[in-house]
Write a protein of this length. Sequence first.
Length: 280
Amino acid sequence: MFKLAARQQWDACADGWNGKSDLIRNWLRESTDAMLAMADIKTGARVLDVAAGAGDQTLDIARRVGPNGYVLATDFSPAILAFAKDNAWRAGYANVETKAEDGETFEVAEASFDAAICRLGLMLFPDPFKGLKRMVHALKAGGSACTMVFSTPEQNPCIGVLVSTVFKHADLPLPDPYRPGGLLSLGKPGLMDELFGRAGFSHVATTKVAAPFRLPSVQDYLDFVRTSASPILQILAKLDDARRETAWAEITDKLGAFNTSNGWEGPNELLLTVGRRPTI
């Protein structure tokens, strides 16, 4: 039921999420470049992009590997993956293929990719360990994978504001931020290294990256949130109009704490974890 609801939510939000691609690209520009460098993506490489979404990072990979390289973008939402396919076609990248696959169970030939990445998707998996195992399976010996997830609640306060306020207005107990499938589920210190190691990766290392979300106003951030497939939207949808608007008003007020003289700047910290498939 969890995956079915999540898939339906992403399918419903696909158009809006794709419409925010430029905003997302600007927000994650430096951290995405770092992720691709850590995954050692080179000209001519075969690269697996897991939970690719609308695929703006897929285009970056396609450019890096060049016409002799290959990118397979997967996502469990066929609707959002259709945008990734169209965006690659519009950009003129004939080296991109898309395939609707669950990130925990996708099927590819063993040892068929030089590198794999997963940008802000792994933390939404009910069982991220399964996803990492599939990435190890897909990689050639010595091939690298790099994932990007949110770090601790303290370093990502805007997510905390959204979750705590929505759960309060829905009269629900505040969930454990590290619960499986949540936005912050993989932020616990040491957890990503432990999961990579158990999955079979060697040379595992995690780097913290600051990724502030800079926008003209808090309303611009909330416009972005409303196009996401966050579980908080599913909860808000169950409230009556008055309670829902009261919740949004309180969220707006609390997030106003991040207003600056140059607009709105929401703090975020990401974890980039890299590992290799052993050569022996």
